[in-house]
Write a protein that binds this ligand. Structure first.
Ligand SMILES: O=c1ccn([C@@H]2O[C@H](COP(=O)(O)OP(=O)(O)O[C@H]3O[C@H](CO)[C@@H](O)[C@H](O)[C@H]3O)[C@@H](O)[C@H]2O)c(=O)[nH]1
Ligand SMILES: [Mn+2]
Length: 401
């Protein structure tokens, strides 16, 4: 049964977080998707990634603070640090849906979670760091312009105690922890991938029923590298993961390889057109031969689990090398080069895919003076970086000397 006035919603403000959104979208599609899939993006997302997102999501919606009411825009200029927070709040403007489930782009769905739509606003799971607060990576909400306005007003008047959306939402929905237990989502709907360290017996007891994993914190799955041949996730620097975390990371990368990379390949095949000025750098590619051009595979729950990437629960405790191998689709690794025609550059993301290693890296790109100026005019200002007041003052000082 498909319900068209309800949706799963995520957010990606740059090409890197888009990689997470794509894996999340594909993970939802693998488990009998009955709701619409929506991604909110900001102007920074490149046209190439917009095309790819549109293959997975029913709606790719650009949101922009400039579109907000004038007083919000003006107030925002005094509170630039709230930028990203206010962007997440845009989900309340999706009033063509009666109810939605928001999922961070760094979450991964392990089984069908339609029952979340039985909950009301505002439902969320406890934050592992302070369980009287909810974690804002997974929540049930009801779009409403009125609520959106109240949230923005609250942000402008009170700010956020953690400088981000989680603090703001917790102070706005401040009765969450005491009023209605039905609004406390079980932890299995927002299992932080690093909690297994802190209470491993509980994880052993309940972890197999996990439905949504959340890679919260600074190390995201896309910060690791992946070896598609051995199916191993390569740790970066000082990062080390527990056995269970490694299994979830492995699942993320398996979906990335099998269900996301083929989308890039179909763009190369000319199915989609990215605007000039964007190139995707894929070299010595070993992209699996996906049967479906869209890279969207048969829903996991309808197929034999042994044939595909694991259904819910199976990544748990399964990072033994031979089992890890078994988690991979029986795909061929083909040795061919996937590169887009000259003149197409992906603004923010550099994918390096070889037979033995896949990595996603942020690309530092020098902008031309015209591009810089356009960014300013569109209100895309790097307040903390090169557009910071100190930098501008330095320039003025140099000019005046
Ligand atoms: O540059 C960014 C950063 C974040 N996001 C989006 O915002 C979400 C939240 O950011 P994330 O990096 O996932 O934060 P967490 O590590 O999960 O940290 C916590 O703190 C955040 C700020 O309060 C909350 O939004 C999270 O839900 C909460 O889990 C992401 O998943 C994306 O959907 C972007 O699109 N671009
Ligand atoms: Mn998150």
């Amino acid at each position: 049964m498909s319900v068209t006035d309800q949706a799963f919603v995520t957010l990606a403000t740059n090409d890197i977080y888009c990689q997470g959104a794509l894996v999340l979208g594909q993970s939802l599609r693998r488990h009998r998707l009955t709701r619409k899939l929506v991604v909110l993006i900001t102007p920074q997302v490149s046209s190439l990634l917009r095309v790819i997102l549109s293959k997975v999501f029913d709606e790719v919606i650009e949101v922009n603070l400039i579109d907000s009411a004038d007083y919000i825009h003006l107030a925002f200029l005094k509170r630039p640090e709230l930028g990203l927070t206010l962007t997440k709040l845009h989900c309340w403007t999706l009033t063509h849906y009666s109810k939605c489930v928001f999922l961070d782009a760094d979450t991964l769905v392990l089984s069908n979670v339609d029952e979340l739509f039985d909950r009301g606003e505002f439902s969320a799971a406890p934050d592992p760091g302070w369980p009287d607060c909810f974690n804002s990576g997974v929540f049930v909400f009801q779009p409403s312009l009125h609520t959106h306005k109240l949230l923005l007003q609250h942000a402008m008047e009170h700010g956020s105690f953690d400088g981000a959306d989680q603090g703001l939402l917790n102070s706005f929905f401040r009765n969450w922890s005491t009023t209605d237990i039905h609004k406390h989502l079980p932890f299995i709907y927002n299992l932080s991938s690093n909690t297994m360290y802190t209470y491993s017996p509980a994880f052993k007891q309940f972890g197999s029923s996990a439905k949504v994993v959340h890679f919260l914190g600074s190390m995201k799955p896309w910060n690791y590298k992946y070896n598609p041949q051995s199916g191993s996730v390569l740790e970066q620097g000082s990062a080390s993961s527990s056995q269970h975390q490694a299994a979830f990371l492995h699942l993320w990368w398996t979906i990335y390889q099998n269900n996301v990379l083929p989308l890039y390949k179909s763009v190369q095949a000319g199915e989609a057109r990215a605007s000039p000025g964007h190139t995707l750098c894929l070299s010595d590619v070993g992209v699996p031969c996906a049967d479906s051009a869209s890279g969207v595979e048969e829903p996991c729950e309808n197929s034999t689990p042994s044939a595909g990437v694991p259904c819910a629960n199976s990544p748990l405790g399964s990072n033994q090398p031979e089992q890890a191998q078994g988690l991979l689709e029986p795909t061929q690794i083909v040795d061919e080069t996937l590169s887009l025609p000259e003149g197409r550059r992906s603004e923010d993301v550099d994918l390096a895919v070889s037979v033995s290693q896949i990595s996603i890296e942020e690309k530092m790109k020098e902008l031309s003076p015209e591009e810089e100026r356009r960014k300013w005019e569109e209100g895309r200002i790097d307040y903390m970086g090169k557009d910071a007041f100190a930098r501008i003052q330095e320039k003025l000082d140099r000019f005046l000397q």
